[in-house]
Design a protein around this ligand. Sequence first.
Ligand code: GLY
Ligand code: MN
Ligand code: MN
Length: 477
Amino acid sequence: MIDIKEFTRRRKNLMQDMDADSIAILATAGEQVRNRDVNYAFRPDSDFLYLTGFWEPEAVLVLIPGRKHGEYVLFCREKDETQEVWHGRRAGQEGVLDSYGADDSFPITDIDEILPGLMENKTRVYYTMGIHTDFDQRLMGWVNQLKQKIRMGVNAPGEFVALDHLLHEMRLFKSLNEIRMMKKAATVSCRAHQRLMKICQAELYEYQLEAEFIHECMFNGCRDLAYPSIVGSGENGCILHYTENNRLLSSGDLVLVDAGGEYQGYASDITRTYPVSGQFSTEQKALYELVLEAQLAAIEMVYPGSHWNAPHEAAVKVITRGLVRLGLLKGRVDKLIKDEAYKAFYMHRTGHWLGLDVHDVGDYKVDNEWRMLEAGMVLTIEPGIYTGDNRRIAKKWRNIGIRIEDDVRVTRGGHEVLTSNAPKTVAEIEAIMASGQTGNIEDKISEPVKKTMAKKKARKKTASKRTTLRKKSIRRK
Ligand code: GLY
Ligand code: MN
Ligand code: MN
């Protein structure tokens, strides 16, 4: 858990960066309808969560540096016995003072009466436009209300400043407590990837691997995933954001699993690719080793003072050189890099910031230059090769999709890979898959998967009985 002191520290740091006579306003996400009267699971906005730790919808954070009655004001739902019996507990106004460190709190239903008063005579409003457009409109309405009182000596704020600019720079640098949360998400997710490698076999559906991933994460405290899992076997591995996950695994294919649990709001983001059968074919192994070489070269470029693009450049170099060696690209390596010929096989970038959001916030360029890596940043390193249905290459190389993705923290001395417990060398993968395939597979998987497999076995038995009977009757004829 991130403790209350850390949230207080974050708000103080933000207020120090704000100008005098200013106010910051931040609304959280609302509930989203899934269908009729069923909502999606609620998840607060990450900026709001970062500053409050408050996990309820219908809340608005207000920071007013220097306010006598308290700088930290939280609007939230009132306590309500009936609503709480039906829909769950609410902190209420007293609860947010006691448990979340708010200095002052009002019912969210009173915001129209109270918030304009808090903005009176402030010159600047720190606010992020365009996220909750309904709230944008309401905010403009409150400012206009104040403008109409100008003759009564009230000054309306004249300037809006992007709050996310200040906040995202803070979020880019993870505290030790945040690293702890990210390590927990990473450790649980690595175990989940191991579990999948052990149970992977032909005739399971992609979604059955996904189900086992969810089970392992949730069972170990990651109540949500950081993003929808990608489980792409064979040619599906070449679709970068494939989430249908509905194909049967086939023994000659690779399966690409990009999945990560979220712990206390913090994401992990891991990809592993392995052969359904437990053993790489010659072509799969050659491409896999190449992606791994690129990934290791990219990770080596993660250290303070290296620039954001250095890992990507390292990965591109290894991949292009390797594709030429394997005959999949023809020409001089430096020219192929300059012409971006590698993009036919490697079309995405090598990583992104990671934190409360899987594609976390923070600038990648400063003054139009790639920014330097600094201790405390966390990023993914995730090169890949996707051959697709490329008619220019020999058939044996086609429809192979490989990505290897780890979460890497920049430390003072270099870097730390947070996700090293997910096997990734060919030898490690083949060994863990072999260990899973010895013994009874049904002991290793959860009930729903067992049932499906039993049904399939029964269907196969009936089918083979029918074939035998048919053969016999043909012979009789
Ligand atoms: N899972 C999304 C990504 O790797 O960026
Ligand atoms: Mn990623
Ligand atoms: Mn990923």
